[in-house]
Design a protein around this ligand. Structure first.
Ligand code: GLN
Length: 199
């Protein structure tokens, strides 16, 4: 059976994720309502602005249903702002910013700093291979719990941020600081689609 993966469609680069998922061979639908969330086999939380998405999750009455489904094992993939939303704890966030949970990590928002707030590099991602990673005011993972697997770090030749953790997985929850949805490389979405199929 072909799984249907939802993309949380409140703000951010929703279209790019929908296109990448479709190209990776799964059903891809936008999710704005609890009934739409209830119908998906997995969920993508796109890049955008985590504080805005957090606020909209409340307004659209998706915060509790999404938290509940993720706690229940719904496969979830967050890129950039999506990683921030999945994290148990956020540094440099807004005090009223809500967390979905699912990832036992501490992330730092806008971590790469102003000079290098957006950059690209090639890096190795476990289970995927070498990928072109595009960072746009990205977070990094500053602390990982015992059940969190580190899938990628910034390579040593990328100066300031070398060694920083930028892709993680905990069970059915996947997160990257970078944006594979804008590179045309479908392998990270294919990796998530495989995770959804085997969940
Ligand atoms: N800085 C953004 C945030 O805090 C994330 C940026 C992105 O998703 N490209 O949510």
């Amino acid at each position: 059976m072909v799984p249907t993966i939802g993309v949380l469609a409140l703000q951010g680069d929703v279209r790019e994720h929908l296109a990448a998922l479709s190209a990776a061979g799964v059903g891809a639908v936008p999710v704005r309502r609890p009934a739409e969330l209830a119908a998906v086999d997995g969920i993508v939380l796109p890049g955008g602005e985590s504080t805005t998405i957090s606020k909209l999750l409340g307004i659209f009455e998706l915060l509790d249903p999404l938290r509940a489904r993720i706690a229940d094992g719904l496969p979830a993939y967050g890129s950039c702002a999506g990683m921030i939303l999945l994290a148990g704890e956020v540094l440099d966030g807004r005090p009223d910013q809500e967390q979905l949970g699912g990832l036992d990590v501490v992330v730092r928002r806008n971590a790469f700093g102003r000079q290098v707030d957006s950059f690209e590099t090639d890096l190795d991602m476990t289970g995927v291979g070498s990928v072109r990673a595009v960072f746009i005011r990205a977070p990094w993972v500053e602390k990982t719990g015992a059940d969190v697997e580190v899938l990628a770090t910034v390579p040593g030749d990328a100066a300031q941020a070398a060694g920083r953790v930028v892709a993680v997985r905990q069970g059915n929850v996947l997160a990257t600081s970078f944006h594979p949805e804008i590179t045309g490389d479908l392998r990270v979405h294919a990796y998530f689609a495989d995770l959804v199929r085997s969940a």
